[in-house]
Ligand binder design. Structure first.
Ligand code: COA
Length: 385
């Protein structure tokens, strides 16, 4: 894979009661165009990621909305893969460029989650489980992740305090990110004392419900050179699936789809995990960050939680993980999240991140997961020639 990222932008994530789904999408799309120095007419195809708008905003057909915002009539398609929707849309954009049918595409993602009662949002998110066997009987995402967490803590002797350090670290990073939903540092004590959502997970172990949008502009290397925007490129883009239902897995303390997508991504890029110095992983719940780092080969099985607790993954330590604040603190507007991760890597690789800048950022990996490890996509970006 050799695809240039020539523009990137993210709205701040948070509770935006004064902004509609369309407002947020428009804000991300227009600022991404500005970042690329392009006009709407330069975009030849659009992909827009979203999961819940049909249920929460009464709006589908977001492909047409994304093109309408730009006032252009190009092919524009909505992509859905639960929380991995954004990353899947990036893959669709790459495929359009690789097929030769387009030279420049826009990939956007948006979600509006705070306008309705949280019970409705939880129900909508449950449609990403195997609804017949899980969602229908009331298994929410925090509940399913609580099962995974218990199994992991039992198998690898992870303490409740060590688990809490994931959120402490991500809130510390989020406090440095002007676009983050939560810009507040928290302590282990805060995590343990916050209300229980699904034992052992508390409120501060969970990603929030956020409004937000993100947009990137991708092009062929030749087009990027023509406009002198060839500094950051995608060198791997992979995707894998596992069983939809958690109960159909042999092992729930690791996710096969992440392992597959990760290994294929390293092969595509011709690198190993050791070459990577910044990672944005899907930390919808604190346990998901720990498992993802092991599945991606950054740490041995059963050790990532201990490493995080020791600070190994803090900003500018051995491997910076979720410099943006991750889904936990930056926020998790489902459709936007996978693209927001790429925006973060792009800005890090361009040295634009100020207080949360990863020194000497050279190769970054983004990992996005839809459902409980059912759909995973991995991207690797670099600023190396
Ligand atoms: N992290 C930190 N603070 C949070 C938070 C979170 N995840 N969620 C809410 N808050 C804050 C709110 O800002 C609010 O603060 P305030 O009182 O200062 O205004 C307070 O906590 C209570 O918020 P409320 O909206 O009442 O929370 P809630 O109980 O309705 O929802 C969760 C909290 C954790 C249950 C909900 O965010 C959730 O279900 N998250 C998981 C979403 C999910 O499953 N995503 C898909 C993952 S695959």
């Amino acid at each position: 894979v050799n695809i240039a990222v020539i523009g990137a932008s993210c709205t701040p994530y948070g509770e935006w009661w004064d902004k509609s789904l369309r407002d947020l999408l428009a804000q991300a799309q227009l600022t991404a165009l500005e970042d690329a120095g392009l006009m709407p007419k330069d975009i030849q195809e659009i992909f827009v990621a979203n999961m819940c708008a049909g249920q929460l905003s009464g709006q589908v057909n977001l492909g047409a909305m994304a093109a309408d915002i730009l006032g252009i009539h190009v092919p524009s398609t909505r992509i859905e893969g639960a929380c991995a929707s954004g990353a899947l849309a990036v893959r669709a954009g790459i495929a359009a460029l690789e097929s030769g049918r387009a030279e420049v595409v826009m990939v956007s993602g948006v979600e509006k989650m705070t306008d309705v009662d949280h019970t409705r949002v939880t129900e909508s998110l449950m449609s990403a489980t195997d609804y017949e066997t899980e969602g229908f009987v009331g298994a929410t995402f925090p509940a399913l992740f609580a099962l995974v967490t218990r199994a992991y803590m039992h198998t690898y002797n992870l303490t409740r305090e060590q688990l809490a350090q994931v959120s402490v670290k991500n809130h510390k990073h989020g406090a440095l990110n002007p676009s983050a939903h939560f810009r507040k540092e928290i302590s282990v004590h805060d995590v343990l004392k916050s209300s229980i959502v699904a034992d052992p997970l508390t409120l501060l172990d969970c990603s929030p419900m956020s409004d937000g949008a993100a947009s990137i502009i991708l092009s062929t290397p030749d087009f990027a050179k023509k406009i002198n925007k060839h500094d950051v490129k995608i060198i791997a883009s992979t995707q894998a699936c596992d069983t939809l239902a958690l109960s159909h897995r042999k092992n729930i303390t690791q996710f096969y789809a992440t392992q597959q997508a990760g290994q294929q991504a390293y092969k595509q890029a011709g690198i190993t995990p050791r070459d990577i110095n910044l990672v944005e992983v899907h930390d919808a719940f604190s346990t998901s960050e720990i498992i993802a780092l092991e599945d991606l080969g950054f740490f041995d099985r059963g050790t990532a939680g201990h490493e995080i607790a020791q600070g190994t993954t803090n900003l500018n330590n051995r491997l910076t993980v979720n410099a943006s604040g991750g889904l936990k603190a930056k926020g998790h507007p489902i459709g936007a999240s996978g693209i927001g991760q790429i925006v973060e890597l792009m800005q890090q690789l361009r040295n634009q991140c100020g207080a949360r800048q990863v020194h000497n950022a050279k190769i970054g990996l983004a990992h996005s997961m839809g459902g409980l490890g059912a759909t995973v996509a991995v991207h690797i970006l670099t600023n190396k020639e």
